[in-house]
Design a protein around this ligand. Structure first.
Ligand SMILES: [Zn+2]
Length: 205
């Protein structure tokens, strides 16, 4: 009955689960080396059980009926059965992933955006697009969902906060901590030039 995992291993597992897929790949080999085969087997079985119990995984597997709004190879979107407002849609990855930061591409947000556009065009409603990454942020299931919520004026739905006072030097510190850089792709000038030459070659024998 008892778990073969020590409290230290459980803590370490928790912190690894918060990392991105790339970072997990880096730390997992050395973590697994510390474990006995019995412990590894236990962790694998636990993960399988979690997925079997996962409500969203059951929807992906067709074990629970849904009102489908969109589906492709990797994503599924359907109506929330207890919506904030009618039309409240959830977009989920078919893979059991907890954090949006663990996704390898941002397509889920593109799908959510298109559904928000469809809600605007077909229901005439404004929307909130909402993600909870982790339990502190209000995530209830450990399977990622992007919520697209249609809104009406005075509908009683609350997604809000009271602005806190933060000193300017504190703002500077935080900004420098979380600042990121995104490298834009270089325009593919050379390839286009090649295409042009090929085209010319075809036309001028
Ligand atoms: Zn799941």
């Amino acid at each position: 009955m008892g778990s073969p995992l020590t409290p230290e291993i459980i803590e370490e597992l928790k912190s690894i689960s918060q990392l991105s897929v790339e970072e997990q790949k880096k730390v997992l080999p050395s973590f697994l080396k510390k474990l006995t085969p019995e412990q590894i087997e236990y962790i694998k079985n636990q993960q399988l059980e979690q997925q079997e119990e996962c409500l969203f995984c059951s929807m992906v597997n067709g074990n629970i009926k849904i009102k489908k709004v969109y589906e492709d190879l990797d994503y599924l979107a359907f109506l929330d059965i207890k919506p904030a407002n009618p039309g409240h849609t959830l977009v989920i990855p078919k893979e059991h992933i907890q954090f949006s930061t663990h996704l390898t591409n941002p397509k889920i947000f593109d799908i959510a955006n298109r559904i928000a556009d469809s809600i605007y065009k077909n229901l005439g409603k404004n929307t909130n697009i909402f993600v909870a990454n982790g339990t502190d942020a209000g995530q209830r299931l450990n399977h990622l969902a992007v919520h697209v919520i249609p809104r009406d004026k005075g509908d009683g739905v609350t997604i809000g906060w009271q602005g806190k006072e933060v000193k300017e030097d504190e703002l500077d510190k935080i900004a420098s901590k979380i600042r990121i850089e995104i490298k834009e792709k270089e325009p593919e000038k050379e390839e286009k030039a090649d295409e042009f030459i090929e085209y010319d070659d075809l036309r001028i024998p």
